[in-house]
Structure formats: structure tokens, C-alpha cells
Design a binder for this molecule. Structure first.
Ligand code: FE2
Length: 434
């Protein structure tokens, strides 16, 4: 089973890439800026999205006070599902339509920020949910114009949702994890305050940190933008445009920071330097993957998370759940072993940035060297040993493959063609790494 190179034909292929990013303010204490910044964006009545747990946190109190201090009224929505669904997106959109707001502030992890994006979209341009959802599940209709301003304040160092134009949800009746992707969905500004991560449990830092690692490593090894067919019009250039010089910058620094800080950030909540370093890595990797796109480990993760039976994760709600970062990480070593031969220099560089000793490594070793370093980090921060560690066996491989194949937006961003037999082989190899 091998992964064949995609032919890079110059004729008809892309020759340019687009740099899109939100305005980002990063640093300890910047949460207090939210009111003044919301005012500057023209907000007078804001929908304030958060979750029930965060609503009693000091971070929520600070954001709420900052908005009140500049006389911005708030309509609070805290009914965000940990993994958003079609129903929870619809409920949030209905809330936003009825609340008659002129802007959005979101405080939370990726689920909260994604829910605010969807509410903003469907309140601004009402339509059936499927209208803007990615094909083939939805109609992938283009968003007609700009949305209301949205200030996103992440409280976890992981998803990067505050800087991407992507909102992910479970379409329950269809048993499909899908999403909406458009530059118009990207929050107007992100306020990234690393103090918020001081209250994250170690297990959440570990899982979300692996999500960051995979955002960076997948974007860095994604199919180069110059091998994608050029779009019919420049505005049709996709968000997932492939690895490009802009995304490479963020990926490299994110990988270096994770190599230095991820283990420390998991081990010690009081290690301010490490937690801040991982938060900055999450921001950089978010900007990078929002521009380049992730690939196979994330595509496989939808199936791994979607078919969970009994696995529960410490630090998360007491229900069957494979946290997103964990669902991605368990596939990553198998994928990098496969893709290493296609871009050996990049795989070796990623491994070195993560702290691996690559002296003497040959191009033939590249995929294994990166996979081995990722596995070392997984073991060090108590991530399960593969998909067997979150409850799967060989007998589950067909259903996992079937659950991955619809993720064409991600699979098409891989550096090689991903066939059904190859996916089956990748899941088999991902069963247990130790
Ligand atoms: Fe992710």
C-alpha cells in the first residue's frame, strides 16, 4: 500500500496564495480590552456567547464588566453544546435573531466560538441550515456579504477557532460531522489572553495541545498550494489552499514552541511561561491552518470521535466522548509514516522543531522520525496509545473508513491521493503505537 505523488502540472495550477487573518491582540490582561474594542467595532448591543461552566468564571465577569463599562448592552447565550450539533446551531441562531443585536462577543473554547459564528451567519442571512454547509452534506452556498462584527476570546489553547473561518458541528440525523467554511465567518478580531489557560485541567491542555500540534504539522505537510488547480475566479480560491509560505511561518514557530513547552504546560498549571507559549502556538497554528488547511489525521478524527461507544476522558463531561485533539492525535503517527516519503525535508524539519534528534536521519526515515517524536510526546502527556486506546478494534475499521471518506475537503488537501484501501491500512496501523 503506498501513497502516490499527486502530479504537479504547471499548466492550470495555482500560482498565487491569499493571506487572510483576523486582527489579533495577544497578551496577559487583554481580556479587559473587550469593551473598548467592541465599541470601536460599532457594537451597542452585543450577543455574548459562553458556556454554563464559564459563566461563573472570573473571565466571564471581566468580559461582562468591560462591556458594561462602555454602555454596551448584552444578551447572554450560555446554552452551548460541548460538541455543537445542528440543533444547537439552530437554537443559537434563533436566539440571535430574536435578541436584535449589532455584534457578537464569544468567550470560550472552539464550541462556543463556532456557535457564535453560526448564530451570526444565520441571523444576518437567514436560510435553512443546509444552505451554507459544506458539500456534499450541505449546499455550500456562498455567504452573500459581510456578517456583524464578532470579537472572539478563546479560553483554551487549542482549536484556533478565533482566527479561522470554519465552524464545525454534528448533523445528528445524518450521523455526519461537517461544517461551514468561508472567510466571511472569521471573527473580526481575536483577544487572546493566556491568563484564561491557568484554569485548564492538565488533561485538557494535553488534548488541545495535540490539536495544535496536528494543525501545525498537517498544514506544514499539506499538499503545496501550487499543485492545486487554479480557481475559475480569484474569489473562489478555497480557505484550504494548501501549504504556502505564509502558513509555513506560523507552523514552524508553533512546532518549535510545542517542542519546548507542551510537556511543561501539561505538568504544571503554574508554569506561566509554558502555558503562555502553548497559547501563542495555538494562535499561530490557527492562523496557519485557517490559511493552508489540515488533512488526513483531522479527516480520520471525525470518524474516531463520531463512533465513540464508552470512552470517557478525564477533565471532560462525564459522557462517552473522545476530545477533538485526542481523536486527531491517535491517527497522526500512522499518517506521517505514510506521507514522510512525499516531503521528507518537511517531515524531518517538523520533527526537529518538536525536539527530535534528526542527526543522521535519511529521507527514507523522515516519516518515522516525525511519527516517533509525536508518539514520545503522546506518551509523556498521557494521550491514549492509538485508536485502540479510545475503544476501537480491527473490526471497527470499515465503519471508521466509511466515516472518513465524506471528509473530502480535508482528504483533498493531503499530499497524496487517499484511497479507501489506504485509509483502512492507516486505521489498522493506528490501532496501537505502544
Ligand atoms: Fe483541530
Amino acid at each position: 500500500m503506498s501513497c502516490a505523488h499527486l502530479a504537479a502540472t504547471a499548466a492550470g495550477c495555482e500560482t498565487a496564495f491569499t493571506v487572510d487573518a483576523s486582527r489579533v491582540t495577544f497578551g496577559r490582561g487583554c481580556l479587559a480590552e473587550v469593551g473598548v474594542r467592541a465599541r470601536a467595532l460599532g457594537m451597542t448591543r452585543a450577543a455574548l456567547f459562553t458556556d454554563r461552566q464559564l459563566r461563573s468564571s472570573p473571565w466571564f465577569a471581566e468580559v461582562h464588566a468591560s462591556l458594561r463599562a462602555v454602555a454596551i448592552e448584552t444578551a447572554i447565550f450560555d446554552d452551548v453544546a460541548i460538541e455543537p450539533t445542528d440543533a444547537s446551531f439552530e437554537a443559537a441562531a434563533q436566539f440571535a435573531r430574536e435578541a436584535r443585536v449589532d455584534g457578537y462577543v464569544s468567550l470560550g473554547g472552539g464550541s462556543v466560538i463556532d456557535t457564535a459564528k453560526a448564530a451570526n451567519l444565520y441571523a444576518t442571512y437567514p436560510a435553512p441550515l443546509r444552505a451554507y454547509v459544506n458539500a456534499p452534506v450541505g449546499d455550500a452556498r456562498a455567504i452573500p456579504g459581510p456578517l456583524a462584527p464578532h470579537l472572539a476570546c478563546p479560553t483554551t489553547s487549542g482549536t484556533g477557532s478565533e482566527v479561522t473561518g470554519i465552524a464545525i458541528f454534528d448533523w445528528l440525523a445524518l450521523h455526519a460531522k461537517t461544517g461551514i467554511a468561508s472567510p466571511r465567518l472569521r471573527p473580526s478580531e481575536a483577544l487572546v489572553d493566556p491568563r484564561c489557560t491557568s484554569t485548564m485541567p492538565a488533561s485538557v491542555v494535553a488534548a488541545s495541545g495535540m490539536d495544535v500540534l496536528c494543525h501545525a504539522a498537517e498544514s506544514f505537510t499539506a499538499r503545496p498550494f501550487s499543485t492545486r488547480p487554479a480557481p475559475a475566479t480569484p474569489t473562489a480560491r478555497p480557505l484550504s489552499q494548501g501549504a504556502n509560505p505564509w502558513s509555513d511561518l506560523g507552523c514552524r514557530e508553533a512546532l518549535r514552541l510545542l517542542g519546548s513547552y507542551l510537556e511543561r504546560a501539561v505538568r504544571d498549571a503554574a508554569d506561566v511561561e509554558a502555558r503562555e507559549g502553548v497559547m501563542w502556538a495555538a494562535t499561530l497554528a490557527g492562523i496557519a491552518f485557517g490559511n493552508a488547511g489540515v488533512h488526513v489525521p483531522h479527516a480520520m478524527a471525525y470518524a474516531v470521535a463520531g463512533h465513540v461507544r464508552t470512552f470517557r476522558a478525564a477533565g471532560y463531561p462525564d459522557a462517552p466522548l473522545v476530545p477533538h485533539g485526542m481523536a486527531v492525535a491517535v491517527n497522526a503517527p500512522a499518517v506521517f509514516r505514510e506521507t514522510g516519503a512525499l516531503a521528507p525535508v518537511r517531515h524531518l524539519e517538523a520533527a526537529a522543531l518538536l525536539g527530535a534528534d534528526v542527526r543522521g536521519a535519511t529521507p527514507a526515515d523522515a516519516g518515522d522520525v516525525l511519527a516517533t517524536r509525536v508518539i514520545e510526546l503522546m506518551r509523556a502527556i498521557a494521550i491514549p496509545n492509538g485508536i485502540a486506546g479510545v475503544g476501537y478494534t480491527s473490526a471497527d475499521v470499515p465503519v471508521l473508513v466509511a466515516g472518513t471518506l465524506p471528509q473530502q475537503r480535508l482528504l483533498g488537501n493531503a499530499p497524496c491521493e487517499i484511497t479507501e484501501p489506504l485509509l483502512a491500512a492507516l486505521f489498522e496501523r493506528a490501532l496501537a503505537y505502544w
